[in-house]
Design a protein around this ligand. Sequence first.
Ligand code: GSH
Length: 206
Amino acid sequence: MLKIWGRTNSTNVKKVLWIAEELGLSYDRVDAGGAFGVVNDPAYRAMNPNGLVPVIEDDGFILWESNTIVRYLSAKYGADGFGPTDLAGKASAEKWMDWTPATLGVGFRDVFWNMVRTEPGKRDMAAVERGIATVAKGLAIANAALEKQPYLSGDVCGLGDIPLGVIAYGWFEMDIERPSMPALEAWYDRLKQRPAYQKAVMIPLS
Ligand SMILES: N[C@@H](CCC(=O)N[C@@H](CS)C(=O)NCC(=O)O)C(=O)O
């Protein structure tokens, strides 16, 4: 059976849990990372020398890097993949997978760590403000794309929606001021209707 290492509150682990739920996969999940430790155990480091979560083991095959795992599971277990299968449609969707951490990753982390994982008196609010500005600038690009199509993957939800979908939950649920982006908000509302998203992503922020 598929095995997934990673704590459920991790942005990168959520991507893997979400695709696993979308594909209806059975899996064993092992808590790892953060307060659970495990990631520095020699056996874990042998699987992932980065000491980060997530990692999967599938029929003896070990894989790390969340977006790569999402692609792998979709290709292996999705009857028609998850999202576009034609080459151009798939590439158009997948660009959002790579764009999301590259464009929003650092800014989102600064906002999230301060607002969710740091006591109010100890927050670096300058970093929060900078992070919000960076994320908002990036999200405006996604908002413009979503004015033309219902999902980042095209007409149906797919691979391209997964990384930003996970970040969107944090963005919209944190106690921060956000600029209005109607197309992005409508897309987020659509994601919230999905049982797999509800189960894997919509858990209390921690
Ligand atoms: N590029 C990696 C990043 C993985 C990563 O940074 N994971 C974080 C959690 S979101 C982590 O392992 N942090 C240390 C820990 O949880 O102990 C991926 O996408 O899988």
